[in-house]
Design a protein around this ligand. Structure first.
Ligand SMILES: [Zn+2]
Length: 220
């Protein structure tokens, strides 16, 4: 077959058929027949170094994932436009009835860096990234007013603040807020360090990020 399809991908797919699919064959056949029923949604960055299924070591059907630049949740809006992340949240909460939504930030986030470096000279409004990362503006304001994590590392502080803001924005979706209030849904903040593999989870009381295994020891 004459195709420009990347050879590495084709070769990887071959390995998947031999190993990955074989490993999950039964699960995938069940998923195909009965449909997906993931209990967890993860909102993560597009960054190729941050793969939710890899970080949480799960197979097909276990995570409902949406990835976008800088793992941002926009506020609830009824304006016209293509609200991709909001559509995924709606599907997760209303149809799949997930029990948890995890917003997972990460180290060295290029989207966060773009916001920080253009804070005084934003990208032109016609560009997609510039408009998208403006969602971080309230996070920057909140961070400036917040004594928590007065860090020597402004990039890390902004990554944390972006997760906090996304969690706030999640609650502006009426169906999310209703599910949380009813106790049917929990929302969580997390942050992943690419180099060390460390995962930190946000304490909802203090809004500080703490090591996952200590914070969530009773979940294991
Ligand atoms: Zn990122």
């Amino acid at each position: 077959m004459a195709t420009d399809f990347p050879e590495d991908l084709a070769a990887g797919y071959g390995r998947y058929l031999q190993k990955g699919y074989v490993r999950f064959r039964e699960a995938q056949e069940r998923l195909a027949i009965y449909g997906q029923r993931p209990e967890v949604m993860v909102i993560s960055c597009c960054d190729s170094r941050v793969t939710p299924e890899g970080v949480f070591h799960v197979g097909p059907g276990e995570l409902f994932v949406v990835r976008n630049v800088a793992n941002l949740v926009p506020p609830y809006e009824e304006t016209e436009g293509q609200h991709g992340t909001s559509a995924a949240i709606e599907y997760a909460v209303k149809v799949l009835k997930v029990k948890h939504i995890v917003v997972m930030g990460h180290a060295q986030c290029g989207g966060v860096r773009a916001f920080r470096e253009t804070a005084n000279a934003p990208l032109v409004t016609g560009e997609f990234i510039g408009r998208w990362i403006k969602l971080l503006e309230p996070a920057a304001i909140a961070m400036a007013c917040m004594p928590v994590d007065k860090l020597d590392d402004p990039q890390l502080a902004m990554e944390y603040a972006g997760v906090r803001q996304s969690l706030k924005n999640l609650r502006t979706f009426p169906f999310v807020d209703a599910a949380v209030s009813a106790g049917a849904l929990k929302v969580h903040g997390a942050w992943f360090d690419i180099g060390s593999g460390e995962l930190r989870v946000m304490d909802p009381e203090t809004e500080k990020f703490e090591p996952c295994l200590a914070a969530g020891a009773d979940d294991t």
